[in-house]
Ligand binder design. Structure first.
Ligand code: ZN
Length: 297
């Protein structure tokens, strides 16, 4: 017989924890100042930062999903095995961070296939999850889900359902949905909260670094308690690396966004991963599949 004393009256909702594994020079904010062809001459810091994240997750006893660039996996094969051996999910972030809305369908198909082949070869596990660079699946890319479904992906977490200056699909559903009527493919958008009747970003990125932790706590509680849904949170390895090289010729707005509060990020993340219940995105996708609404045509 199960021991009921071990079961809390209201078990906490498990939220989706994710890391977008890219290096400091691969972020969207710098794509016009750092040429892809120069990437190989820059210092690689992603491995050390991911190892620190693995330690942090081990300490808090949480499992997460690492959406990783094929470019990074190719240069750090041992790191891919470390991620998988620690019980985390390895998933795809595309090959070299090109945004989906800059591709046509054929180019997108080639990009996700290349990234997946490298991730599977280096890790030895099957890749079933995908996150578009800079949340770049939106109303301009209806073919993206066709391609993901045809290539056998189980889920995508590639939509920011709000208006933002660089990305966003402002009228997408806020919670899991099925973008194709004939497929089980699930899209799990990054978390937004409702503040003053408006959708606001609450799933990580610059907002998490810039705003006090109390805002994120409030937002995740709103999603878990009021809406009874999992929150989906993401961050990047470079965000816990205050010593990363500075990119002096980037626009001031990009620099402000990229470098603010890097030194405070690790303790803030530690608080976040310890306060809430977290799990891998493939598990969240399974849980949410039954509740995912069909996307209205
Ligand atoms: Zn990214």
């Amino acid at each position: 017989m199960p021991d009921n004393r071990m079961i809390p009256a209201h078990p906490p909702i498990t939220n989706g924890l994710s890391v977008d594994v890219e290096d400091w020079f691969q972020v969207g904010a710098f794509e016009n100042v750092i040429d892809r062809q120069d990437w190989d001459g820059l210092s690689l810091r992603v491995e050390d930062n991911v190892l620190r994240i693995l330690d942090m997750f081990a300490e808090a006893d949480v499992k997460a999903t690492f959406f990783t660039l094929g470019w990074v996996a190719r240069r750090n094969p041992a790191l891919m095995r470390r991620i998988v051996d620690a019980g985390h999910e390895l998933a795809s972030h595309g090959y070299d961070h090109a945004r989906v809305f800059n591709f046509d369908r054929k180019q997108f198909g080639a990009d996700i296939k290349l990234a997946r082949d490298i991730l599977e070869d280096t890790s030895g596990v099957k890749i079933t999850g995908y996150r578009a660079p800079s949340f770049s699946i939106d109303e301009r890319t209806p073919w993206a889900y066709l391609e993901l479904a045809e290539q056998g992906y189980a889920y995508s977490s590639s939509v920011a359902p709000l208006a933002h200056d660089h990305y966003g699909w402002s009228d997408a559903p806020r919670f899991a949905f099925k973008p194709l009527p004939w497929s089980d493919l699930v899209e799990i958008p990054v978390t937004t909260a409702i503040l003053g009747g408006k959708r606001v970003a609450a799933g990580g990125g610059g907002f998490f670094r810039v705003l006090p932790y109390a805002f994120s706590r409030w937002a995740i509680r709103q999603v878990n308690r009021t809406e009874q849904r999992p929150a989906i949170f993401y961050f990047h390895p470079w965000e816990i690396d205050p010593a990363q090289p500075r990119v002096p010729n980037a626009p001031i707005k990009s620099r402000l966004r990229h470098y603010t509060n890097l030194g405070k990020m690790a303790p803030k993340l530690r608080e976040l991963v310890q306060e809430f219940a977290w799990g891998r995105m493939d598990m969240i996708a399974l849980q949410e599949a039954g509740r995912a609404a069909a996307l209205a045509a």
